[in-house]
Design a protein around this ligand. Structure first.
Ligand code: AMP
Ligand code: ZN
Length: 666
């Protein structure tokens, strides 16, 4: 019989191995289901046996640790910048310079330049102990809790490794994951993120590591530093890092001359467009570490490396017209309609203009010859106007003042870049967009009804808001274009079935601005029914865990609109779930109402997340840091001494896990 400790250790090892196969090697060796089962098993064992706690257990990948202030850490070795070159000529000059400084043959390692946020990871005895951002190169912010959630970062190393070393890499967000995140944001009525790079670097400084865990970030490694690492060359160090379990892209190549470097560059200048993530150039490094040492550093960059920046692909073409799109929230987006032109392998016909300020800043006018670039952004953008070709009779662009669809006067809220059409209930794209959101999979999940049919139903005046869906009949639908008896029945049945969708999804489906899936869940759980939510004040709402002023104001504004209240009354009459179901309620009480807890450390009978859930389910509130408003700190094992000190200073009572259960829940 193996001991519990061995079982736990074996599970950790096995799960880490599957993680590695899946995320680093891209080869799944277990089904998602089996993985989940094993992970749950490990979670349960760890909860029962906190004495075997391990800060690098795969169960901690889901995050949960919240960092209010990131500690500043001085790098063990400075994180230098790189010198840039923009032409093959520049690179030749660089080669000539280093030839003067060293004798003998020079080999070069060529790597892609990954476009994300740089990170330095410190490992000791095979375990990740710290992750620090580049900062100013001398010191950065410690973001370990966030980095641990990134599945391509090994928490424990494989094979042989030096006792202590740093490894540098880049945190990136592949296009696929970036697009998915944006789809979700748009579905929640939020502005999409502009580009993967900024989103990746912004993610590192999120306070809640569970949020980071949800983002499909990756870590690509390119440099080992430390003393006595037993490596002689850059290329060799990449191979070593790979063997330890790090993700080191296979593109890296050892070359024997500057001409081979040029070949590498020419190849990737095209091939990079097929990569799943953004690269903005190539980094050429003298391969021998001995030669690197001889060359040394300038005040800001190594002499032994040079970045070659790809030219962002750019073309010029004519701007034929500007059109304006209206989104489901009423936000107006100007779009440039271009004379079709080839750019980075695709035909570009449209480019984003973002907002009125952007048009004014670049002084973009119809009939201008404009430069279009495809950078980190997915949609190409206009970066400048070729003024030499501007027609004589050209006139400055006047931004629209009325909605292009319903002609309502547009409004611009102070501090926001976009114009809005305020005709909430009478502007087709808004009406249609809201119903499309209502029926979508994560909302009411109405089968048998698609986005185009919604548009048709609105155009034919059969529905004007989502509550009208519940009165549709087969007879009404049949005369519609391409609507067979069977599809009409499916549609009506699909609508009927949506009456069973739980309250939290209904709340999301209503399309209240900034109320995405998670926020909807929080609000549903806290208020339990729509009337309580509708009556909540801004101050009330702000008391709910993780609800800020922006969301609070948006909720209050929604219920202040008479038409919305009427629609909700109708939904209620049709039998849509507007309160939390009995099963969910059965596990909830108000025992902890008015109390705020801070949960800290490791617990014996429950995990930290379970404890937090218990607090919420019983009407209490979780806070992430101790303040004078804290009622109790539930102190587990390994609670930090600074927290203890703070609690004592503020006179907040510390209670143990057992005391918590005895006092409040039994
Ligand atoms: P720069 O920010 O232009 O000074 O370029 C230096 C940055 O390039 C480094 O801080 C790294 O984050 C990043 N980088 C991306 N890929 C590589 C690579 N393969 N080797 C070295 N640095 C890289
Ligand atoms: Zn409008």
């Amino acid at each position: 019989m193996s001991s519990i400790k061995e079982i736990i250790q074996n599970l950790r090892k096995e799960l880490s191995e599957h993680n590695y196969n899946y995320y680093v090697l891209d080869e799944a060796t277990i089904s998602d289901y089996e993985f989940d089962v094993k992970l749950k098993e490990l979670q349960a064992l760890e909860a029962q046996h906190p004495e075997f706690y391990d800060a690098n257990s795969p169960t901690l990948r889901v995050g949960g640790e919240v960092t209010k202030n990131f500690n500043t850490i001085v790098h063990n070795h400075r994180m230098y910048s790189l010198d840039n070159s923009y032409s093959l000529e520049d690179l030749k000059d660089w080669e000539a310079r280093i030839r003067k400084l060293i004798d003998g043959e020079i080999q070069y390692t060529c790597e892609l330049k990954y476009d994300g946020a740089s990170i330095s990871l410190t490992y000791e005895n095979g375990s990740l102990v710290r992750a620090v951002t580049r900062g100013d190169g001398f010191q950065g912010d410690e973001v370990t809790a966030n980095i641990k959630t990134i599945k391509t970062v090994p928490l424990k190393l494989k094979g042989e490794y030096p006792e202590k070393f740093d490894i540098r890499g880049e945190i990136i967000l592949p296009f696929d994951g970036f697009n998915k995140m944006n789809e979700e944001r748009v579905a929640n009525g939020e502005e999409p993120y502009r580009n993967p790079r900024n989103t990746a670097s912004g993610s590192l400084k999120l306070q809640d590591s569970a949020e980071v865990a949800k983002r499909p970030l990756e870590c690509l490694l390119y440099n080992l530093t430390g003393d006595n690492l037993g490596i002689e060359s850059q290329f060799n160090s990449l191979e070593k890092a790979r063997a330890m379990g790090f993700k080191v892209p296979e593109a890296a190549k050892l070359t024997n001359s500057i001409d081979e470097v040029f070949e590498f560059i020419n190849h990737w200048d095209k091939a990079r467009h097929d990569l799943p993530y953004e690269t903005d150039g190539v980094v050429v490094k003298v391969n021998s570490l001995f030669q690197q040492e001889e060359l040394g550093y300038t005040s800001k960059a190594p002499r032994w490396a040079m970045a070659y920046k790809f030219k962002a692909e750019q073309v010029s073409t004519k701007l034929n017209s500007i059109s304006y799109q209206v989104g489901r929230t009423g936000a107006i987006t100007p779009v440039a309609n271009l004379e079709p032109v080839e750019l980075a392998g695709t035909t570009v016909k449209r480019a984003s203009l973002h907002n009125a300020d952007q048009i004014e800043k670049l002084d973009i006018r119809v009939n201008d010859e404009v430069f279009v670039e495809k950078g980190g952004e997915i949609i190409p953008k206009i970066i400048a106007v070729d003024l030499s070709q501007r027609p004589q009779d050209s006139e400055a662009t006047e931004y629209i003042s009325k909605c292009p669809v319903c002609e309502t006067e547009l409004v611009r809220i102070e501090g926001e870049a976009k114009h809005y059409c305020p005709n909430y209930n009478g502007c087709d794209p808004q009406v249609i967009g809201r119903i499309q959101h209502y029926i979508s999979r994560k909302a009411m999940d109405i089968e048998g009804l698609g986005g185009e049919t919604v548009a048709l139903l609105v155009k034919e005046d059969l529905v004007s808001n989502y509550s009208d869906l519940y009165e549709l009949t087969v007879e009404q639908l049949l005369p519609l274009d391409r609507m067979a008896e069977k599809s009409a029945e499916n549609l009506v049945n699909g609508v009927e079935a949506s009456k069973k969708i739980p309250f939290e999804s209904v709340l999301f489906a209503l399309g209240i601005r900034f109320v995405g899936e998670t926020v909807a869940k929080k609000l549903a759980k806290h208020y339990k029914n729509i009337d309580a939510l509708a009556n909540a004040s801004i101050e009330d709402l702000e008391q709910v865990d993780e609800i800020g002023i922006k969301i609070a104001e948006s909720v209050v504004a929604f219920f202040a609109v008479e038409a919305n209240v009427k629609i909700i009354e109708r939904l209620k009459a049709f039998g849509v779930q507007l309160e939390i179901s009995a099963d969910v309620l059965a596990n909830q009480t108000n025992k902890l109402e008015g109390l705020t807890f801070v949960v800290s450390g490791v617990f014996e009978t429950v995990s930290r997340n379970e404890l937090k859930k218990l607090i919420e389910d019983n009407g209490g509130k979780n806070a992430s840091s101790i303040s004078s408003k804290t009622s109790y700190v539930i102190a587990g094992d390994k609670m930090g001494p600074s927290k203890k000190e703070k609690a004592e200073k503020l006179g907040v009572t510390l209670i143990s896990e057992k005391e918590f259960f005895d006092k409040f829940l039994i």
